[in-house]
Design a protein around this ligand. Structure first.
Ligand SMILES: Cc1cc2nc3c(=O)[nH]c(=O)nc-3n(C[C@H](O)[C@H](O)[C@H](O)COP(=O)(O)O)c2cc1C
Length: 228
Protein backbone atom coordinates (compact mmCIF):
# COMPACT_ATOMS: atom_id res chain seq x y z
CA UNK A 1 0.00 0.00 0.00
CA UNK A 2 1.40 3.42 -0.91
CA UNK A 3 1.94 6.19 1.65
CA UNK A 4 -0.73 8.25 -0.16
CA UNK A 5 -3.28 5.49 0.28
CA UNK A 6 -2.53 5.12 3.99
CA UNK A 7 -2.94 8.85 4.48
CA UNK A 8 -6.19 8.81 2.50
CA UNK A 9 -7.64 6.04 4.67
CA UNK A 10 -6.70 7.90 7.86
CA UNK A 11 -8.18 11.12 6.44
CA UNK A 12 -11.51 9.45 5.65
CA UNK A 13 -11.68 7.90 9.14
CA UNK A 14 -10.85 11.21 10.79
CA UNK A 15 -13.25 13.28 8.67
CA UNK A 16 -16.28 11.09 9.39
CA UNK A 17 -18.65 12.45 11.97
CA UNK A 18 -22.31 11.84 12.73
CA UNK A 19 -24.48 14.17 10.68
CA UNK A 20 -27.90 15.22 11.98
CA UNK A 21 -29.10 17.47 9.13
CA UNK A 22 -29.14 16.41 5.48
CA UNK A 23 -29.97 18.04 2.18
CA UNK A 24 -32.91 16.51 0.32
CA UNK A 25 -30.69 15.75 -2.75
CA UNK A 26 -31.19 12.10 -3.75
CA UNK A 27 -28.36 9.56 -3.71
CA UNK A 28 -27.82 7.44 -6.82
CA UNK A 29 -29.11 3.92 -5.94
CA UNK A 30 -26.09 2.44 -7.76
CA UNK A 31 -23.82 4.33 -5.37
CA UNK A 32 -25.73 2.97 -2.37
CA UNK A 33 -25.36 -0.54 -3.76
CA UNK A 34 -21.65 0.04 -4.36
CA UNK A 35 -21.15 1.23 -0.77
CA UNK A 36 -22.93 -1.85 0.57
CA UNK A 37 -20.83 -4.09 -1.65
CA UNK A 38 -17.62 -2.47 -0.36
CA UNK A 39 -18.90 -2.64 3.25
CA UNK A 40 -19.63 -6.34 2.93
CA UNK A 41 -15.86 -6.92 2.71
CA UNK A 42 -15.97 -6.56 6.53
CA UNK A 43 -14.50 -9.58 8.28
CA UNK A 44 -16.80 -11.89 10.23
CA UNK A 45 -16.23 -15.02 12.30
CA UNK A 46 -16.08 -17.99 9.89
CA UNK A 47 -17.26 -15.52 7.23
CA UNK A 48 -20.83 -15.72 8.62
CA UNK A 49 -21.73 -12.23 7.29
CA UNK A 50 -24.60 -11.68 9.73
CA UNK A 51 -25.87 -8.45 8.14
CA UNK A 52 -29.18 -7.77 6.44
CA UNK A 53 -30.16 -4.29 5.27
CA UNK A 54 -33.39 -2.52 4.25
CA UNK A 55 -32.57 0.49 2.06
CA UNK A 56 -35.45 2.95 2.31
CA UNK A 57 -36.08 5.74 -0.18
CA UNK A 58 -39.13 7.48 -1.67
CA UNK A 59 -42.53 6.22 -0.50
CA UNK A 60 -41.05 3.47 1.67
CA UNK A 61 -38.95 6.02 3.55
CA UNK A 62 -41.99 8.27 4.01
CA UNK A 63 -44.11 5.33 5.24
CA UNK A 64 -41.49 4.40 7.84
CA UNK A 65 -40.93 8.00 8.96
CA UNK A 66 -44.67 8.72 9.24
CA UNK A 67 -45.42 5.56 11.22
CA UNK A 68 -42.46 5.99 13.56
CA UNK A 69 -43.01 9.70 14.18
CA UNK A 70 -46.67 8.94 14.97
CA UNK A 71 -45.56 6.27 17.46
CA UNK A 72 -42.99 8.66 18.93
CA UNK A 73 -45.64 11.38 19.37
CA UNK A 74 -48.05 8.94 21.04
CA UNK A 75 -45.85 9.05 24.14
CA UNK A 76 -45.99 5.25 24.49
CA UNK A 77 -42.70 3.81 25.69
CA UNK A 78 -41.02 1.66 23.05
CA UNK A 79 -38.05 -0.54 23.84
CA UNK A 80 -35.35 -2.21 21.78
CA UNK A 81 -34.99 -5.96 21.56
CA UNK A 82 -31.58 -5.87 23.15
CA UNK A 83 -29.96 -3.70 25.78
CA UNK A 84 -27.97 -0.91 24.23
CA UNK A 85 -27.32 1.37 27.21
CA UNK A 86 -26.63 0.36 30.83
CA UNK A 87 -29.67 0.67 33.17
CA UNK A 88 -27.65 3.12 35.24
CA UNK A 89 -24.82 5.05 33.65
CA UNK A 90 -21.54 5.02 35.56
CA UNK A 91 -18.18 6.76 35.17
CA UNK A 92 -16.45 7.51 32.89
CA UNK A 93 -19.36 6.78 30.52
CA UNK A 94 -21.81 9.01 32.37
CA UNK A 95 -19.59 12.09 31.97
CA UNK A 96 -18.85 11.36 28.33
CA UNK A 97 -22.54 10.94 27.57
CA UNK A 98 -23.40 14.17 29.40
CA UNK A 99 -20.67 16.04 27.56
CA UNK A 100 -22.05 14.84 24.23
CA UNK A 101 -25.60 15.88 25.21
CA UNK A 102 -24.52 19.30 26.48
CA UNK A 103 -22.49 19.95 23.32
CA UNK A 104 -25.39 19.01 21.05
CA UNK A 105 -28.08 20.88 22.93
CA UNK A 106 -25.70 23.81 23.50
CA UNK A 107 -25.12 24.22 19.77
CA UNK A 108 -28.88 24.00 19.15
CA UNK A 109 -29.59 26.55 21.91
CA UNK A 110 -31.69 24.06 23.86
CA UNK A 111 -31.34 24.76 27.57
CA UNK A 112 -31.71 22.41 30.54
CA UNK A 113 -35.41 21.91 31.28
CA UNK A 114 -36.57 22.73 27.74
CA UNK A 115 -38.11 19.29 27.41
CA UNK A 116 -40.32 19.97 24.41
CA UNK A 117 -37.42 21.34 22.35
CA UNK A 118 -35.30 18.33 23.34
CA UNK A 119 -38.16 15.98 22.42
CA UNK A 120 -38.50 17.55 18.99
CA UNK A 121 -34.77 17.19 18.40
CA UNK A 122 -35.01 13.55 19.49
CA UNK A 123 -37.90 13.08 17.05
CA UNK A 124 -35.61 14.17 14.19
CA UNK A 125 -33.96 10.75 14.56
CA UNK A 126 -37.16 9.19 13.26
CA UNK A 127 -37.11 11.44 10.19
CA UNK A 128 -33.59 10.14 9.47
CA UNK A 129 -32.66 13.82 9.95
CA UNK A 130 -34.26 14.48 6.51
CA UNK A 131 -31.75 12.20 4.74
CA UNK A 132 -32.98 10.84 1.38
CA UNK A 133 -31.86 7.32 2.31
CA UNK A 134 -32.64 5.44 5.51
CA UNK A 135 -31.01 2.12 6.33
CA UNK A 136 -32.47 -0.40 8.75
CA UNK A 137 -30.15 -3.19 9.86
CA UNK A 138 -31.38 -6.57 11.04
CA UNK A 139 -29.71 -9.80 12.10
CA UNK A 140 -31.05 -13.31 12.58
CA UNK A 141 -31.87 -13.49 16.31
CA UNK A 142 -30.46 -17.03 16.44
CA UNK A 143 -26.97 -15.56 16.08
CA UNK A 144 -25.12 -14.94 19.35
CA UNK A 145 -23.95 -11.70 20.92
CA UNK A 146 -20.47 -11.99 19.32
CA UNK A 147 -21.93 -11.24 15.90
CA UNK A 148 -22.51 -7.64 17.00
CA UNK A 149 -18.70 -7.24 16.71
CA UNK A 150 -18.70 -7.87 12.98
CA UNK A 151 -21.97 -6.02 12.52
CA UNK A 152 -20.25 -2.91 13.86
CA UNK A 153 -17.39 -3.39 11.41
CA UNK A 154 -19.86 -3.68 8.54
CA UNK A 155 -21.63 -0.50 9.62
CA UNK A 156 -18.37 1.38 10.01
CA UNK A 157 -17.36 0.29 6.52
CA UNK A 158 -20.61 1.77 5.20
CA UNK A 159 -19.91 5.07 6.94
CA UNK A 160 -16.33 5.23 5.69
CA UNK A 161 -17.09 4.20 2.13
CA UNK A 162 -19.95 6.73 2.08
CA UNK A 163 -17.58 9.43 3.34
CA UNK A 164 -15.05 8.62 0.63
CA UNK A 165 -17.84 9.23 -1.93
CA UNK A 166 -18.78 12.63 -0.48
CA UNK A 167 -21.73 11.26 1.49
CA UNK A 168 -22.40 11.46 5.21
CA UNK A 169 -24.14 9.26 7.75
CA UNK A 170 -25.53 9.02 11.26
CA UNK A 171 -25.67 5.61 12.93
CA UNK A 172 -28.92 5.47 14.91
CA UNK A 173 -29.45 3.01 17.72
CA UNK A 174 -32.82 4.66 18.34
CA UNK A 175 -34.42 2.73 15.49
CA UNK A 176 -34.15 -0.56 17.38
CA UNK A 177 -36.53 0.85 20.01
CA UNK A 178 -39.23 1.09 17.34
CA UNK A 179 -38.84 -2.43 15.93
CA UNK A 180 -42.56 -3.13 16.54
CA UNK A 181 -43.51 -0.18 14.34
CA UNK A 182 -40.93 -1.09 11.69
CA UNK A 183 -42.39 -4.60 11.54
CA UNK A 184 -45.81 -3.13 10.70
CA UNK A 185 -44.51 -1.24 7.66
CA UNK A 186 -41.56 -3.32 6.45
CA UNK A 187 -41.29 -7.02 5.52
CA UNK A 188 -39.09 -7.81 8.55
CA UNK A 189 -39.37 -11.49 9.43
CA UNK A 190 -40.03 -12.59 13.04
CA UNK A 191 -36.59 -14.22 13.23
CA UNK A 192 -34.89 -10.90 12.42
CA UNK A 193 -33.65 -8.71 15.27
CA UNK A 194 -33.65 -4.98 14.49
CA UNK A 195 -30.05 -3.98 15.25
CA UNK A 196 -29.83 -0.33 14.28
CA UNK A 197 -30.64 2.29 11.66
CA UNK A 198 -28.58 4.82 9.72
CA UNK A 199 -29.25 8.06 7.89
CA UNK A 200 -27.36 8.40 4.59
CA UNK A 201 -27.13 11.41 2.31
CA UNK A 202 -25.43 14.72 1.62
CA UNK A 203 -24.75 16.79 4.74
CA UNK A 204 -26.45 20.14 5.12
CA UNK A 205 -23.27 22.00 5.99
CA UNK A 206 -25.24 25.23 6.62
CA UNK A 207 -27.27 23.66 9.45
CA UNK A 208 -26.32 24.79 12.96
CA UNK A 209 -25.93 21.19 14.14
CA UNK A 210 -23.26 20.62 11.48
CA UNK A 211 -20.84 22.49 13.78
CA UNK A 212 -21.01 19.70 16.37
CA UNK A 213 -17.64 18.00 16.85
CA UNK A 214 -16.94 15.29 19.41
CA UNK A 215 -13.65 14.68 21.15
CA UNK A 216 -11.82 11.48 22.00
CA UNK A 217 -9.76 10.44 24.98
CA UNK A 218 -5.99 10.18 24.32
CA UNK A 219 -4.57 6.77 23.40
CA UNK A 220 -2.72 6.68 26.75
CA UNK A 221 -6.07 6.67 28.61
CA UNK A 222 -7.24 3.40 27.09
CA UNK A 223 -4.01 1.59 26.13
CA UNK A 224 -1.24 -0.21 27.92
CA UNK A 225 1.80 -1.10 25.85
CA UNK A 226 3.28 -4.17 27.50
CA UNK A 227 6.66 -5.56 26.49
CA UNK A 228 7.83 -7.31 29.65
C1 LIG B 1 -24.27 2.14 17.37
C2 LIG B 1 -24.48 3.63 17.43
C3 LIG B 1 -25.75 4.13 17.69
C4 LIG B 1 -25.97 5.52 17.68
N1 LIG B 1 -27.23 6.01 17.86
C5 LIG B 1 -27.47 7.33 17.67
C6 LIG B 1 -28.80 7.81 17.65
O1 LIG B 1 -29.79 7.07 17.83
N2 LIG B 1 -28.99 9.14 17.41
C7 LIG B 1 -27.94 9.99 17.19
O2 LIG B 1 -28.18 11.18 16.96
N3 LIG B 1 -26.65 9.55 17.21
C8 LIG B 1 -26.41 8.24 17.43
N4 LIG B 1 -25.11 7.77 17.38
C9 LIG B 1 -24.00 8.69 17.12
C10 LIG B 1 -23.14 8.95 18.35
O3 LIG B 1 -23.76 9.88 19.19
C11 LIG B 1 -21.77 9.46 17.86
O4 LIG B 1 -21.15 8.45 17.09
C12 LIG B 1 -20.82 9.85 18.99
O5 LIG B 1 -21.35 10.92 19.74
C13 LIG B 1 -19.45 10.26 18.42
O6 LIG B 1 -19.61 11.31 17.49
P1 LIG B 1 -19.16 11.21 15.97
O7 LIG B 1 -19.90 10.03 15.37
O8 LIG B 1 -19.62 12.52 15.36
O9 LIG B 1 -17.70 11.00 15.93
C14 LIG B 1 -24.87 6.40 17.45
C15 LIG B 1 -23.59 5.86 17.23
C16 LIG B 1 -23.41 4.50 17.21
C17 LIG B 1 -22.04 3.96 16.92
Amino acid sequence: MSDDMQTAVDAVIKSRKSIRAFKKDPVDPKLVEHILEVASRAPSGSNMQPWNVYVLTGNALKRVVDATCKAFDSGKKYEGEYKYYPDTFFEPYLSRRRQMGWSMYGILGIEKGEHEKARLQQKRNYMFFDAPVGLIFTMNRGLPFGCFIEYGMFMDNIMLSAKSHGLDTCPQGGWSDYHEVLREVLPIKPEELVVDGMALGYADTEATIYKLETEREPVSSFTQFIDK
